[in-house]
Unconditional design. Structure first.
Length: 488
């Protein structure tokens, strides 16, 4: 076989490496998803608000201090009967696209080095990306939206850029730093009329949300004031100042170096030779947006306006993966050049990347996977078991009496199929009417609150906190019962 015939597979090999890394990361995320639910209680809170949106969508105050887009996603998932499962699936899909989008973005300006491909591999297998990329939190989707916005800008698609940034601005507050970034880019790059959409659309989304919230809450930026109040309370309850965790002791460099060091360890030092290379070769929108996001999350943490959570760094993983990859490439080029073998630079860079990934896989990634899976297995065990028992006994027309609000997310039943009566108010006759009209009725409550229900009731699940009951339609249907008003 000729050398020319060998070239196409060799050209595809770097892309195959990114795809393989993405597949491995996706399988690890699926493993975590099967282990149990999200450890962060915010995921359940988002899902619960999503369910409320189906019935109270006109009330913006139900979003509390959060932005509305992820709750709209949760509402759609709840309407389809999937709740957290749907949100996790969307995060998993976004995480699978991100390494490919990052590689494509970097190759817009760099087709001469291995940096785009190494960055894609590192981004895929970055421990924080692996662990958070399949949760019901919005960070994975936010990360992808920002990357796609930068890619659209590089392709001279300002309307698409603005639309993507507008979605990001309704998803995470960090995106509120980006309209100014793209305004600056638009100004520097010629101020074309069409290009203004890149910052006008997200700016309008932010202003529109603030105005709508003001109209309903009666206070400008109430959600920011409420967030400050909540964070101050959380700081007191968690005794941050007294305990002085590493996030507080390293506050000015927590997002700059503290969190990424915990994921990569010494391999993070490749950032130092990577910075000049990224400034020369990476797309300007990507670098500028990344710098603005890093400054934003750092400033907010130093100002003690959040809890310094690791997941806030997730949007910065693509930038740091690129910096490390560029540093590996620059180091490999210097070493192979000094040895008189510059043609081996790509191979040497790939070797450095593999060595770093081996350390990550055996250390930080393994620890985070093991800890997360172990913690998730027992989390909300009774709620998940009760929800599974209910779904196994649910028929297409049946409705559910439920007075345990926290259970709704685990039931994965659309809100309009729920009857939120206090269980003590439910009698055997109520279940008879509901079962006669719909073929079956179910009840989810605490055991003590269902003691009065006996006639024709079957227990599907029971523990000290929850009970799931089923009442089937009687063999002979009474026409008078069938004409009774439906429960509301």
């Amino acid at each position: 076989m000729t050398a020319a015939a060998d070239r196409p597979p060799l050209r595809r090999a770097p892309w195959l490496a990114v795809v393989l890394a993405t597949i491995v990361a996706t399988l690890l995320r699926v493993r975590l998803a099967l282990a149990g639910p999200d450890l962060d209680v915010d995921a359940l809170a988002h899902a619960a608000i999503g369910r409320r949106m189906l019935e109270e969508w006109r009330d913006v105050t139900i979003h509390w201090v959060w932005l509305p887009l992820w709750h709209a996603v949760g509402a759609l998932c709840a309407a389809l009967g999937h709740d957290l499962v749907g949100q996790r699936a969307l995060s998993l899909l976004a995480s699978a696209v991100t390494p490919l989008a990052l590689t494509a973005l970097l190759r817009r300006r760099d087709r001469d080095t291995a940096t785009p491909f190494l960055a894609g591999v590192l981004c895929a297998l970055w421990p924080l990306n692996v662990v958070m990329g399949g949760t019901a939190e919005p960070e994975a989707v936010f990360q992808l939206l920002v990357l796609l916005a930068c890619l659209a800008w590089e392709r001279r698609q300002p309307v698409a850029t603005g639309a993507l940034l507008g979605l990001a601005a309704l998803l995470r507050y960090e995106a509120w730093a980006l309209p100014g970034v793209f305004l600056s880019l638009w100004w520097v790059e010629g101020r074309a009329r069409r290009g203004a959409w890149a910052w006008i659309i997200p700016g309008a989304a932010i202003a529109g949300w603030a105005l709508l919230h003001r109209a309903q809450s009666g206070e400008w930026l109430w959600f920011l004031r409420e967030n400050r109040r909540y964070i101050a309370q959380a700081w007191r309850e968690m005794a941050f100042v007294e305990h002085r965790p590493p996030s507080l002791r390293l506050a000015p460099i927590w997002y700059l170096a503290g969190i990424p060091w915990r994921s990569l360890g010494p391999a993070l030092l490749f950032v130092l030779p990577g910075v000049p290379a990224v400034l020369r070769r990476a797309p300007r929108a990507f670098v500028t947006a990344g710098a603005a996001l890093l400054a934003f999350v750092t400033a907010v943490w130093v100002a003690r306006a959040n809890l310094g959570l690791d997941r806030h760094f997730m949007v910065l993983v693509p930038l740091y993966a690129t910096l490390v990859a560029a540093g590996m490439t620059a180091t490999a080029e210097r070493v192979t050049g000094a040895l008189g073998r510059p043609q081996l630079a790509r191979l040497a860079a790939a070797g450095l990347c593999l060595a770093a990934l081996q350390h990550v896989a055996r250390g930080p990634l393994k620890r985070q996977m093991r800890w997360t899976a172990h913690a998730a297995r027992g989390l909300y065990a009774r709620e998940r078991a009760a929800g599974a028992a209910l779904r196994a006994g649910l028929t297409p027309g049946a409705r559910v009496f439920c007075d345990v609000r926290r259970m709704e997310v685990f039931l994965r039943v659309p809100p309009w199929r729920l009857i939120r009566w206090e269980a003590q108010a439910i009698g055997d006759f109520n279940l008879l009417v509901e079962a006669s009209q719909r073929g079956r009725a179910l009840v989810v409550t605490a055991p003590a609150r269902a003691a009065q229900l006996r006639e024709g009731v079957r227990v599907l699940y029971r523990d000290e906190a929850l009970v799931v009951l089923r009442r089937d339609a009687p063999a002979a249907l009474d026409p008078r019962v069938l004409r009774m008003p439906a429960a509301r």
